[in-house]
Design a protein around this ligand. Structure first.
Ligand code: CA
Length: 722
């Protein structure tokens, strides 16, 4: 841990202000905008304020709006009757066109947001004026350990400090007034392929952070630190230590024997088993406990990971912990023995629902596996479960045991199977919203069928993605269709209420408001408002950047604002090009902020890509074939999609030496293109160039975009993924 500076203490004046608070304002045009905030020092959010966050709808002080993470705004100045007059109040352009996934926070008129590359910005929430920015200067080549872009989903604010997790595994506390770092800790072993993309959460003077990287060969855990000093308070591991390693001396020690009984063989010893907690962690002030959502197994195939048997605790689970000590309280495993990348890291929302005439404290969850779960959060017992999309791996959940009934289709070691939802998930990190007014959950859903088969040639490679699965693209008339939608789901009746088709699969998260509105962006850069009760579209704002992140609402000076960060990328768009969309460059990310009568404008940018750039030289078919296999092992996850440079158009494609300088010597590592010397030889790099050159030739001769990558059939047996 680096102690950069003494912790800032509150001045006497600040304390007096805290005690005195601010008088009820007369400038608020409606009562629904809430009482004026007391004049707190910058970013002064404490337990009392977060516990009572619902009483301050003008602020958005924690990731999901309140500790319950319902992503519901009680503001109704903007409502179904006047949303047509909503317009852009201001926008702020960031310094990168990489994926933007952050939910901004707004505390007393200041917006704090993270962006790609783990940077943090403070903006005046009324005008968009930059107050400060912080760049943690993550090494560019660490990007090679991210499955899904160098995104960051947000910051936490606590007692004048702003906390951010960085893509290279640090947790940093910043001064909320200046953006200057106060302390920084390495939360992961820098020699291992860990990454952080999730937002930290704060409670009781602790800040908690997880990590990602399961496929790359890491063992998941969460760590709580003292907010003032950065000293570690406790750590909880998701998977057991390998038998030879001995105990971890961590909060998870007492339950690791129980977990170890559910693991078999030695396949997981190299990878650590996975189970990374890369997104949702929720503190429950009513029950004083913490929930963490855990990730998938590593490698994906349980046949390789655990001799094909065992539940593999605590993968793909919700685990309840004591927030003070990290001690285990209960767990509910959603996908026992996960073999599909069915993470349970998706957003957890707390609510009290009336079920069978009784109020129940529940946790709502819609993980990748396609089932909508309602859990009793006192006991961890399942209340109800229903699929919100087509599922081929299970035909339902046994309410007595809480376990899924696996279908024969779930076991792809017996032969290739079409898995729905696939590893892309029926719902990923894109935030959902629960409106206590309508009683519905607004959920961005996805469907992309993928065929899974056991990969007979699998061998573990640290730092690259380890699946032990050979993938296939299903075709034919009976294949379920691919697409995305925003749905309204009744969590009590467990049924869909309405559905709006989205233009593509990977779209924006949702916000519901007391104005009977649901806001959500989409892949094509539209930001829409729908009527919460029936899904009728009432308003649209169009701009160039695709929107993935969750919107928020807040108020300053009596005016309600709606904000969303625009910028496309993340998991799927990095590796897949949308067939129905001309390929174009990604514009810079932007914060977009709206108000009634807003009339700000943003200029379009030129998104034309350079043409295909095939070299004149020709390559042997065998070399091209080798290159295709390597491309689908190492390159496609970042360069197969719509965000990173399309290699077929690369200026370096025609020059062997330039290509080698980039791929092997790391000439562009500061930009995020690491040297692949650890995994590839110069001959390999040249073979990849040969393959890309042939692909570039095809692109040029077609004169238009190529759809799904062609050589998938050739690469099927090597465990590549498109
Ligand atoms: Ca995963």
């Amino acid at each position: 841990m680096t102690r950069l500076r003494h912790p800032r203490r509150l001045t006497t004046l600040a304390m007096l202000l805290l005690v005195a608070g601010g008088g009820l304002s007369t400038w608020l045009p409606t009562e629904n905008l809430g009482a004026a905030a007391p004049r707190f020092p910058a970013g002064y959010v404490d337990q009392a304020r977060l516990d009572g966050a619902a009483r301050e709808p003008q602020n958005w002080m924690s990731h999901g709006g309140t500790y319950q993470e319902q992503r519901f705004s009680a503001l109704d100045q903007v409502n179904e009757g006047n949303v047509a007059k909503l317009g852009l109040a201001w926008s702020y352009q960031f310094d990168t066109n990489r994926g933007q996934e952050a939910t901004p926070l707004v505390v007393d008129g200041v917006m704090y947001t993270s962006t790609a590359w783990s940077k943090v910005f403070a903006l005046d929430a009324r005008t968009g004026k930059e107050l400060w920015r912080f760049d943690p200067k993550v090494p560019g080549d660490h990007a090679v350990f991210g499955c899904c872009d160098v995104v960051n989903r947000g910051v936490a604010v606590w007692k004048g400090r702003v906390f951010v997790g960085t893509i290279d595994g640090r947790l940093i506390a910043l001064d909320a007034r200046t953006g200057k770092p106060i302390w920084s800790v390495a939360t992961t072993d820098p020699s291992k392929p860990y990454t952080i993309t999730g937002a930290p959460r704060v409670f009781k003077d602790k800040v908690i952070i997880g990590n990602g990287g399961a496929e790359f060969g890491v063992r998941g855990y969460v760590t709580a630190y003292d907010t003032m000093t950065g000293r570690q308070a406790w750590r909880f591991y998701v998977t057991p230590p390998v038998p030879s390693a001995g105990p971890d001396h961590a909060a998870s020690d007492p339950v690791m024997a129980m977990a170890a009984e559910t693991w078999f063989g030695t396949g997981w010893h190299q990878t650590g088993g996975g189970g990374t907690v890369w997104d949702s962690m929720v503190y429950d002030p009513e029950l004083d406990q913490l929930y963490i959502g855990t990730g998938n197994g590593a490698p994906w195939s349980r046949v390789v990971r655990s001799d094909g048997k065992g539940d593999n605790l605590f993968l793909a689970s919700i685990v309840a912990l004591d927030p003070d000590t990290g001690a285990y309280r209960w767990h509910y495993q959603e996908t026992p023995g996960d073999s599909f990348d069915f993470t349970s890291t998706q957003q957890m929302t707390l609510a009290t629902l009336t079920i069978d005439g009784k109020p129940r404290k529940v946790l709502l969850h819609a993980p990748k596996n396609g089932i909508f779960y309602v859990l009793d959060r006192q006991t961890g017992r399942l209340v109800s479960a229903r699929n919100f999309t087509q599922t081929t791996w299970t035909d339902g959940i046994d309410l007595k045991t809480g376990r899924p009934n696996f279908t024969a289709n779930a076991f792809y070691e017996a032969g290739e199977k079409l898995i729905l939802p696939s590893s892309f998930g029926a719902h990923s990190w894109h935030p959902m919203s629960y409106s206590p007014k309508t009683g519905f959950v607004y959920l961005p859903v996805m469907q992309q069928p993928v065929k899974f088969a056991q990969d007979p040639n699998f061998h573990f490679t640290e730092g690259r993605q380890n699946f032990a699965v050979a993938f296939g693209v299903p075709s034919g008339p009976d294949v379920p269709k691919t697409g995305g939608a925003l749905i309204a789901w009744d969590p009590i009746a467990q049924k869909e209420i309405w559905r709006v088709a989205q233009p593509e699969i990977w779209n924006g998260g949702a916000l519901s408001t007391a104005g009977n509105l649901v806001f959500a962006g989409n892949a094509h850069g539209e930001f829409n408002a729908f009527r919460a009760t029936d899904g009728k579209r009432l308003w649209t704002f169009r701009q160039q950047a695709g929107i993935m992140a969750g919107p928020i609402s807040y108020a300053v000076g009596g005016v309600q604002y709606v904000a969303v960060i625009a910028g496309y990328g993340g998991g799927r768009p990095l590796m897949v090009r949308d067939q129905n969309r001309p390929q174009q460059a990604q514009p810079m990310g932007r914060m977009l902020v709206f108000r009634l009568g807003g009339h700000a404008r943003i200029a379009d940018t030129d998104l034309a890509l350079p043409p295909a750039n095939p070299p004149a030289e020709s390559f042997a078919a065998a070399q091209i074939g080798t290159g295709a296999k390597l491309y689908y092992t190492h390159c496609v996850f970042c360069h197969g999609g719509m965000v990173m440079p399309d290699l077929r158009r690369s200026g370096a494609l025609g020059d062997r030496d330039s290509w080698n300088q980039i791929v092997i010597q790391g000439a562009l590592s500061a930009n995020g293109m690491a040297s692949f010397k650890r995994w590839l030889t110069s001959e390999d790099a040249e073979a990849i160039r040969a393959y890309v050159a042939s692909d570039a030739k095809a692109l040029k001769s077609e004169g238009h975009e190529m759809p799904v990558p062609q050589p998938l059939a050739q690469s099927r047996n090597k465990g590549q993924r498109y």
